[in-house]
Design a protein around this ligand. Structure first.
Ligand code: SAM
Ligand code: SF4
Length: 325
């Protein structure tokens, strides 16, 4: 399936809920947000149907995200449903990791292929400040999830960190998690979306310089490139690798291969713009109507973001927990 710019679209990020057990500073306001009512959230059957139509159009990879996807009950049912769709090769998950250790066995039985765990710091005090839920949760719980994931045969495991100044002293300790383990530790530039628009992140160049100061030269990773925008390096002697996802300093829109589905059923063609189509009103109709609506939206997929301009006409009004990152 090709979009209006002739880019091949193979990947969909599906937000299964806008709810979350954390309140990360760049993602959600401290008081939380008004959750979508249950009846406005797509059912697993509806998500499965939309993904089946997309698979017929050429999508082969699904990533489940949120909000926090593991707070929605029975996620393994959705994983199994998606894995049974002809043409879907991989089903991956992005999670804050807190509930992962407990839920991983069921997710693995359902066929989960990969998991990305978001963790910005190993320090409990910083974790409490950054997630605003230090009274309820501990970094150790995330690390238990990480270890469980690394112990699962064949599961691809990545760790994502957003460097933002406050966690400068954590970048090397997080990178060192890839020294002994076959883990990809990735540094993601803060994107000016939602609350991130009011925060200053660290650039890839800054993070690279900081890592090289302590770890020595970073060398290009020779392994297979993934399906996303990350660029990988390694450090001699490391079992794993380090990655950079730098939407701000290295725009990668010309090779964008993805679309998004929000928890309430908005088919979203670009992270930055409010472009796409509401699928919920079409769910009572035939598959052909859904397919036509998604194809029409794709023809209009924006050529690229302009993060450099903070206020954009038609820009995204949703905050990140509503989009899924
Ligand atoms: N709750 C899950 C988690 O935290 O992994 C999934 C949803 S969360 C919105 C997905 C990813 O988006 C997380 O890795 C988070 O760090 C990232 N994120 C949120 N706001 C961001 C921003 N403004 N810029 C860059 N990454 C952001
Ligand atoms: Fe929740 Fe993930 Fe947003 Fe943090 S980044 S508040 S864990 S949805």
């Amino acid at each position: 399936m090709r979009d209006g710019q002739n880019r091949e679209i193979r990947y969909i990020r599906v937000s299964v809920t806008d709810r979350c057990n954390l309140r990360c500073v760049y993602c959600m306001p401290p008081q939380g947000v008004e959750w979508l009512p249950h009846e406005n959230i797509l059912t697993y059957e509806e998500i499965g149907r939309i993904c089946r139509i997309l698979a017929e159009m050429g999508v082969d990879t699904v990533r489940l995200t949120g909000g926090e996807p593991l707070v929605r009950r029975g996620l393994e049912e959705l994983v199994a449903m998606l894995k049974a769709i002809p043409g879907i090769r991989r089903v991956n998950l992005t999670t804050n990791g807190l509930l992962l250790a407990r839920q991983l066995p069921a997710l693995l039985s359902a066929g989960l292929d990969g998991v990305n765990i978001s963790l910005d710091t190993l320090d409990q005090g910083q974790f409490a400040a950054l997630t605003r839920r230090g009274d309820l949760f501990r970094v150790d719980q995330v690390l238990q999830g990480l270890e469980a994931a690394l112990a699962a045969p064949g599961l691809e495991v990545k760790l994502n960190c957003v460097p933002m100044g406050y966690n400068d002293d954590q970048l090397v300790p997080l990178a060192l998690l890839a020294r002994e383990r076959p883990l990809a530790v990735r540094f993601i530039e803060m994107m000016p979306i939602g609350l991130g628009a009011h925060m200053e992140g660290r650039s890839e160049a800054w993070v690279r310089a900081r890592l090289e100061e302590v770890l020595g030269p970073l060398t290009p990773w020779e392994g297979e490139a993934g399906s996303g925008p990350a660029r990988y390096v390694t450090v001699p002697g490391f079992a794993g690798r380090l990655g950079f996802i730098s939407a701000v300093s290295h725009q990668f829109c010309q090779s964008c291969n993805r679309v998004r589905l929000t928890a309430s059923g908005f088919f979203k063609t670009c992270l930055q713009y409010d472009r796409g189509v509401e699928l919920r009103p079409l769910l009572s109709g035939p598959d052909g109507a859904l397919q036509a609506a998604m194809a029409a939206a794709l023809a209009q997929k924006p050529a690229g973001h302009c993060f450099a301009q903070r206020e954009v006409e038609g820009g995204e009004g949703r905050i990140m927990n509503q989009i899924g990152g």
